[in-house]
Design a protein around this ligand. Structure first.
Ligand code: SAM
Ligand code: DTB
Ligand code: SF4
Length: 344
């Protein structure tokens, strides 16, 4: 089975970015077996069947964030015990990256709880990108909003991916975050694209949003001028002391239905056929059966290791056991979607 050929200009031209909300809603409405069949068919046309990409996360600067994202325990608005830290030392970051590589990870994602990086932080950030890349790992960073010149600096350092999520539908967004707008997110994504860095952009399911919001969320991603190369689909990790964590504790029925989560993954797969769809936060509280359905629905990437940024994750041993049980293989070698390709 050929691998995804994202640097094939002709294939990219055949990818639709003109999806309507009605079409996306109709996909969500399909009988589950039909939806899964379509998602698996699209998946196999563009990706190697049975391969899952392993990514590792590291929080390089934790807590004390001035943004008010209602799901996040790193916000100063959250009433949590999380201890804020300074930016990590470059050497310690490189040590963590080396461990991730030894554990079989392909991509190392570094996250900072910032509204945006300050100029004084850039030299250390650049050293981290260079060092991690030298180890043969793909690099990803998520540092908040970026100005065009900062995106350019990161591109010059060799950053492969930048993660910046739209999080939810444009309509729901203002209920979750008030300190920056949906348009601010799109502006940073454009700056990242302009600099030639691959885009990692997705969001969270299970924040009390409606089906129409999930339609709007996928629609916003699938109608970007170019689809994100990676689409993380997070299930809300409800952390006590955050607005949404508290809400879920008070109304447990608000928890997203597993089948609806799988549907969201499948619709993302069908509408963004070339993208890597990442089953992201929230796996720890998902059954193996739900995760298996997500893989069948076209998810082909996970965060591995026992920690996400600040919350728990399944752990490498558990992941290896699950992949073995399902007969899935960890992706090895270079993912073909790298920047610097003349035709894309
Ligand atoms: N500060 C940066 C930013 O917001 O872009 C980067 C880090 S932020 C933690 C990255 C993403 O993680 C968020 O956009 C959100 O989608 C996801 N996330 C954060 N907290 C989460 C939670 N409790 N449950 C699920 N996803 C979460
Ligand atoms: C993404 O969409 N999910 C990751 C990554 N991008 C940076 C982060 C998940 C964070 C979950 C909560 C935590 O561990 O702090
Ligand atoms: Fe800050 Fe990012 Fe958390 Fe929002 S999601 S509060 S921007 S760390």
């Amino acid at each position: 089975m050929p691998k995804q050929v994202q640097h094939d200009g002709s294939k990219r031209e055949s990818v639709r970015t003109d999806w309507t909300r009605a079409e996306i809603a109709a996909l969500f409405d399909l009988p589950f077996d039909e939806l899964m069949f379509q998602a698996q068919t699209v998946h196999r046309a563009h990706h190697a069947a049975g391969e899952v990409q392993l990514c590792t996360l590291l929080s390089i600067k934790t807590g004390g964030c001035p943004e008010d994202c209602g799901y996040c325990n790193q916000s100063v608005s959250a009433d949590t015990e999380l201890k804020a830290t300074k930016l990590m030392d470059v050497r310690a970051v490189l040590q963590s990256a080396a461990q991730a590589k030894d554990a079989g990870s392909q991509r190392f994602c570094m996250g900072a709880a910032w509204r945006n990086p300050k100029e004084r932080d850039m030299p250390a950030i650049i050293e981290m990108v260079r060092g991690v890349r030298q180890m043969g790992l793909e690099t990803c960073m998520t540092l908040g909003m970026l100005e065009p010149h900062q995106a350019q600096q990161l591109a010059e350092a060799g950053l492969d991916y930048y993660n910046h999520n739209i999080d939810t539908s444009p309509e729901k967004y203002g209920e979750v975050i008030t300190t920056r707008s949906f348009q601010d997110r799109l502006d940073t994504l454009e700056n990242v694209r302009e600099a030639g860095i691959n885009v990692c952009c997705g969001g969270i399911v299970g924040m009390g949003e409606t089906r129409a919001d999930r339609v709007g969320f996928v629609h916003a991603l699938a109608t970007l001028p170019r689809h994100p190369e990676s689409v993380p689909v997070n299930a809300l990790v409800p952390v006590k002391g955050t607005v949404l964590g508290n809400m879920l504790a008070d109304t447990p029925l608000a928890k997203i239905d597993d089948i609806e989560f799988v549907r969201t993954v499948a619709v993302a797969r069908i509408t963004m056929p070339l993208s890597m769809v990442r089953l992201s936060a929230g796996r720890e509280s998902m059954s193996e059966a739900t995760q298996a359905l997500c893989f069948m629905a076209g998810a082909n990437s996970i965060f591995t290791g026992d920690k996400l940024l600040t919350t728990g994750n399944a752990g490498e041993d558990q992941d290896a056991a699950l992949l073995a049980k399902l007969g899935l293989r960890a992706m090895t070698g270079e993912e073909p979607m790298r920047k610097g390709c003349a035709s894309c």
